[in-house]
Write a protein that binds this ligand. Structure first.
Ligand SMILES: Cc1cc2nc3c(=O)[nH]c(=O)nc-3n(C[C@H](O)[C@H](O)[C@H](O)COP(=O)(O)O)c2cc1C
Length: 324
């Protein structure tokens, strides 16, 4: 359970819940943990549940068990045993061999700092793996990285200017070690690679009307810019899926891609804003030759694991995840 819940989730909301019966598992989504402003279509929640489903399959494989069939119930929103729960999927269990990605589950994490360079061997393994994976389109040209870094900063500023979006994001930020949810969920200072002082400043500067004042002084873009960090990446991976793919299947593939980056020796940092903004997504699809008929779901910055400290993953206690 602990291992299954190491899967990535949007803003570390961890919306998936599990209930077990003999040879079957039901996955629920806790609707109270969905992002009403940031994810009105529920796609990010579905991707998070899909990643948790894949995490479940990988965790089971360590014990010789596997998922033999998945009933994807994401769109039906069937009622669960509690008012806040809806059914996401029903899984039937059987036997399976250990998943080759299992050793990388507890090594994967989101890296939000400057990336270290990587060796040619790592670059080649990434390129070789991506050749066989139609969901991944790689870009490493410096001018393309600069284009993506600028687009990411412009779009991020637009979403930070949207006060309800910003307030929802801030509600998932844990800007002080004293925050009761610091090691439980959301994004803490370690995950965001911020010092305690930077955290204090962010808490103040993102408030209304302080942020608007900073923006009026044309300082907001500089404050939220990730340009230098994006430019330190060794490459960018566009993650896209066939149009019509369900959010659960998107999430399963998304997690496997991320675990493969870890296997290859890379750390990753998504930029969902490039896929969420329809015009930016169209621009990226056209400019970077994303396969026809595909939808852009997310964009990863990739680079070397830095010598800096790895953030400890904040996660809910298992007792909160299981529906008895
Ligand atoms: C659908 C989805 C979208 C995400 N988008 C972003 C993003 O735009 N920026 C970001 O920094 N992290 C993003 N993440 C990563 C999560 O914030 C991260 O997985 C979560 O905080 C848990 O931390 P961990 O990956 O270190 O375990 C996304 C994750 C998911 C599942």
């Amino acid at each position: 359970m602990t291992e299954a819940n190491l899967a990535p989730s949007v803003h570390n909301t961890q919306p998936t819940r599990w209930s077990f019966s003999e040879r079957a598992i039901t996955l629920y989504v806790d609707e109270s943990r969905l992002l009403k402003v940031g994810d009105p279509s529920r796609q990010d929640a579905g991707v998070s549940c899909g990643a948790a489903l894949e995490g479940t399959a990988i965790a089971l494989s360590r014990h010789g068990a596997g998922i033999v069939s998945v009933e994807d119930l994401w769109e039906t929103r069937g009622a669960g045993p509690r008012p806040e729960l809806t059914i996401a999927a029903k899984l039937t269990l059987g036997e399976a061999d250990i998943d080759p990605l299992a050793p990388f589950v507890d090594q994967r994490f989101t890296w939000r700092g400057i990336f270290d360079p990587v060796s040619e061997v790592v670059i080649k393994s990434l390129a070789d793996w991506a050749t066989d994976n139609e969901t991944i389109t790689l870009v490493s040209d410096r001018s393309d990285l600069a284009f993506i870094a600028d687009l990411n900063d412009t779009l991020s500023l637009a979403v930070f200017r949207d006060r309800p979006y910003r307030e929802e994001l801030v509600s998932y930020m844990r800007l002080s070690k004293r925050h009761p949810q610091w090691s439980v969920d959301g994004l803490n200072l370690d995950a965001m690679q911020l010092s305690p002082i930077e955290g204090w400043v962010a808490g103040f500067a993102l408030r209304h009307p302080i942020f608007e004042g900073i923006d009026a002084l044309r300082l907001a873009k500089m404050m939220i810019s990730e340009r230098e960090k994006t430019l330190s990446a060794s490459g960018i991976a566009f993650f896209s899926v066939q149009d019509g793919t369900s959010p659960i299947d998107m999430g399963r593939a998304f997690y496997r891609c991320w675990l493969n980056f870890t296997r290859i020796g890379l750390v990753a940092w998504p930029m969902a804003v490039l896929a969420d903004d329809p015009e930016a997504a169209r621009t990226c699809i056209a400019r970077f030759d994303i396969p026809p008929g595909h939808r852009l779901i997310n964009v990863f910055r990739l680079g070397g694991p830095s010598s800096h400290r790895r953030p400890v993953s904040a996660r809910l206690p298992v007792s909160d995840l299981i529906i008895g």
